[in-house]
Unconditional design. Structure first.
Length: 119
């Protein structure tokens, strides 16, 4: 494992620690970025717990609603919500992807804007 640029917060679970290690081994982050990463890691932990609970129940797609009607199982919405939250927190980091020659997402976005506007 690579040396981490930032220590893993003690509050994180297994999934959160794995995400933290993946990012912190590769990037040095500002304090605001560390907070966004910690939030993404916490969402990863919660997501892992919801997914395990859903699997333990046999992955039901439907459940009974308050009036006895068939509704989507509530864990499906919770899983989706945590995935979206994690993605939003990671997007705030604006980490470069594995583009060639150190091209960042921001640089690629600027180039696409120029192309779109015919510059």
């Amino acid at each position: 494992m690579s040396k981490l640029n930032h220590p893993v917060p003690a509050s994180l679970g297994k999934a959160g620690k794995a995400l933290w290690s993946d990012v912190a081994a590769k990037y040095t982050l500002r304090p605001d970025e560390l907070r966004a990463l910690e939030d993404a890691c916490a969402a990863s932990d919660m997501l892992a717990e919801f997914e395990k609970a859903w699997r333990d129940l046999g992955r039901p797609y439907m459940s009974k609603g308050s009036m006895g009607q068939e509704v989507e199982h509530p864990l499906i919405g919770s899983i989706d919500k945590q995935r979206k939250a994690r993605q939003a927190f990671l997007a705030k980091l604006e980490l470069p992807d594995d583009a060639p020659a150190g091209e960042s997402n921001q640089q690629r976005g600027a180039a696409q804007q120029r192309w779109k506007h015919g510059a």
